[in-house]
Design a protein. Structure first.
Length: 483
């Protein structure tokens, strides 16, 4: 009796009860895919304020992941029940695909444009590319570009559907019914690849601060061969493949991989230990100090707290190096804001200080500003209220940005500075700075307090390197600096 019930249920659910084991495996895969996607979306939303997630823009990232999941589930169900019932559903999804997956397509130009904006923040030089970049990074513009790309793909699909005529037999064939949709996707993706050639070239020379380039490369390595295999080889010459081959397996597997690469991976990056681990394994050893170096340096520097940031900004050598590193780390807006607030505090006249405060607000605080810093809404609201009072005739207090500046200083010290002090460029600059500070104490370039901070930091670096280095050249250099 139980065997009869099982046979009836499996024959109702599965197209071939003799293949129940394989179908159950597919169902388990779909369940795993569902769990991974759900956890990814929940964590992306929960950690959306982290700058690694903010640069990836969850407004377009989540629909991108959900679309691939839906397509995967439809493909999975069609494997179990039979493809003809889902042929048109798959065609519709694929014809609308670029309305959702343009998030990934626009990631490459987004990185290039963000780099141009970072350079503008540092230099103040507005080029044509920078002007375009300031418009492109805004969400409404990106959504408009996404709509245009999706519409062009849909038009191409409808055009090919009109030009090609399939027989009734071809329409029901599992290898033919999605041919137009797959061919459209392959042709359109090839055209987009050509359009993005310049951005791809520029991407090679940009430091991958948040592993977005790494994410793109891995995605391309996985999807490009599969797209060529299915969209061109299989669709044009299906007889080259074994009779048991079904491209829907590849499509379903690709969906899970996209969720892991574009969903799980960014979430993992928001955790310091994972970020440090992958940074260590993807950064050239010549660019970073050894663990022994870092252990001793951090134990000394951590006792300096925010004063070390103050020392950096009062030493031209350190400030220039710190700004350069912050630019490559995509956190230059914090450095520029801190520096602007320091200038604001030194303005003597009320009129000029009010004008400077308005400029700082429009550049760093205002929602959607080109160099918006990452501060709490409470801090931002208090600054906004002070600016609004100015327009009602009340002068802006000189301390209006103090809380925000302290917050940014803490961010720089706990994030940007910690990364910077692990590089060998930092060690070189700190040694130069301590020499400069000794020579310039009497002419007022640095105070004795800041000289002490720089000297302590240099001594920590020197001592750590001494214990970790065995070569005669480095030992002689360090001993010389210690003297």
């Amino acid at each position: 009796m139980y065997k009869h019930i099982f046979t009836m249920s499996t024959s109702f659910i599965f197209k071939d009860p003799s293949l129940v084991a394989a179908d159950v495996f597919i169902c388990i895969y779909a369940l795993i895919n569902t769990i991974v996607l759900t956890l990814s979306v929940v964590m992306l939303i929960k950690r959306r304020h982290h700058r690694i997630i903010k640069y990836r823009n969850i407004v377009t990232l989540i629909p991108y992941l959900v679309f691939f999941y839906i397509l995967s589930i439809v493909e999975t169900v069609s494997i179990i029940i039979g493809k003809p019932q889902f042929c048109q559903t798959v065609n519709i999804l694929m014809s609308l695909m670029y309305y959702f997956i343009s998030h990934f397509i626009l990631t490459t130009p987004s990185i290039v444009f963000q780099s141009e904006i970072n350079n503008f923040r540092m230099t103040g030089n507005m080029s044509t590319i920078t002007l375009i970049a300031t418009k492109f990074i805004k969400l409404p513009v990106r959504l408009t570009v996404t709509f245009i790309i999706g519409s062009l793909n849909l038009i191409l699909y409808l055009l090919l559907t009109y030009l090609f005529t399939f027989s009734q037999q071809q329409t029901q064939n599992t290898s033919e019914c999605n041919r137009i949709a797959i061919m459209t996707s392959s042709i359109f993706s090839s055209v987009l690849a050509l359009v993005l050639t310049w951005f791809t070239y520029k991407l090679l020379f940009i430091k991958d601060a948040f592993f977005m380039r790494f994410e793109i490369i891995i995605t391309v390595i996985i999807t490009t061969p599969l797209s060529l295999l299915i969209g061109i080889v299989y669709m044009s010459s299906p007889y080259l493949f074994a009779s048991w081959f079904d491209y829907r397996w590849i499509s379903a597997l690709t969906s899970l991989l996209m969720t892991v690469i574009n969903g799980v991976f960014p979430v993992c990056l928001t955790y310091d230990r994972f970020f440090a681990w992958i940074s260590h394994h993807t950064t050239s050893s010549k660019d970073i100090m050894t663990d022994a170096d870092n252990l001793h340096v951090e134990s000394k520097i951590n006792n300096l707290k925010v004063d070390v940031i103050d020392a950096i900004f009062k030493n031209q050598t350190l400030k220039a190096g710190f700004k350069q590193f912050a630019n490559s780390d995509w956190s230059i807006e914090n450095v520029m804001f801190y520096e602007s607030v320091e200038d604001f505090k030194n303005i003597m006249t009320v009129v000029n200080s009010d004008d400077k405060a308005i400029d700082i607000y429009n550049m760093y605080i205002k929602d959607g500003s080109i160099s918006e810093i990452n501060i709490d809404n409470i801090i931002k609201d208090k600054i906004t209220s002070a600016i609004n009072l100015y327009y009602n005739g009340v002068s802006i207090d000189r301390n209006v940005f103090d809380v925000a500046q302290c917050h940014v200083a803490t961010l720089m010290r706990n994030d940007t500075f910690i990364k910077w002090q692990k590089t060998k460029e930092f060690k070189s600059l700190i040694e130069t700075a301590v020499t400069t500070s000794h020579n310039s104490t009497n002419d007022g370039h640095v105070t004795k307090h800041n000289q002490h901070i720089i000297t302590t930091t240099a001594t920590a670096t020197t001592t750590a390197t001494t214990t970790a280095t065995t070569t005669a050249t480095n030992t002689n250099t360090i001993q010389h600096l210690s003297v």
